[in-house]
Ligand binder design. Structure first.
Ligand code: ZN
Length: 207
């Protein structure tokens, strides 16, 4: 993929995340890693998504130095870089504060395995990463290791991270993360949610 195409995708999926309510205000960020160029194409810091244009998208190298663009890269750039360095199958990262999923992160509680879609899209129960200061190397390392081969995790008292080999896959996982958290929340209002048995989970994973 060319850098110009990755910029278009970062812009398109950022505006889509904002339109779907996965991003609020200027929070949330997403990126694509281009392994041949060894660069990360990432959303800028503190620009409203309605106003964001292709010129605002930033390109950084794996040390975080800006290669292209006049804007400051996302304040969570370190987290994106650490995830790419730690997880060799990941080429896109989506970070949201989507409300239902983040409400579980605020309770420091995993999203329980209540929905079949959680198995193929999220790898099962969604686990929590301990609270760290935003924007720090500590948070970056905690998330990079906390994914632990899964497609997503919760950041305690903060938000959500999903990953994928493409931005389309990382994004749909962010959508399913929010959907699962919403259904788990509504199920608690309606009664007592029953978890998917481990045998079914294992069968679906082919284990
Ligand atoms: Zn955040």
């Amino acid at each position: 993929m060319k850098i110009s195409e990755a910029k278009e995708k970062v812009l398109f999926w950022s505006k889509r995340a904002y339109a779907e309510g996965l991003f609020a205000g200027t929070s949330g960020n997403l990126s694509i890693y281009l392994p041949e160029e060894k660069v990360v194409v990432i959303t800028p810091s503190s620009i409203r998504y309605e106003d964001m244009s292709i010129e605002d998208i930033v390109v950084v190298d794996l040390t975080g130095a800006t290669v292209e663009g006049n804007r400051k890269p996302s304040s969570e750039m370190k987290m994106h870089l650490a995830i790419y360095l730690e997880n060799s199958q990941v080429y896109s990262v989506v970070h949201t504060h989507s409300p239902y999923a983040t409400s579980f992160a605020v309770c420091q509680e995993p999203i329980p395995l209540v929905l079949i879609e959680m198995i193929p899209f999220l790898g099962g129960t969604v686990n929590c990463v301990p609270l760290q200061l935003p924007g720090t190397e500590e948070l970056a390392q905690a998330v990079a290791k906390g994914l632990n081969g899964k497609n997503g995790c919760l950041l305690n008292n903060h938000g959500v991270v999903t990953v994928g080999d493409t931005i389309e896959r990382a994004f749909i996982r962010a959508e399913y993360m929010e959907d699962a958290a919403k259904i788990a929340t509504l199920a608690r209002i309606n009664g007592e949610p029953k978890l998917i048995p481990t045998e079914i989970e294992m069968q679906m994973k082919g284990i």
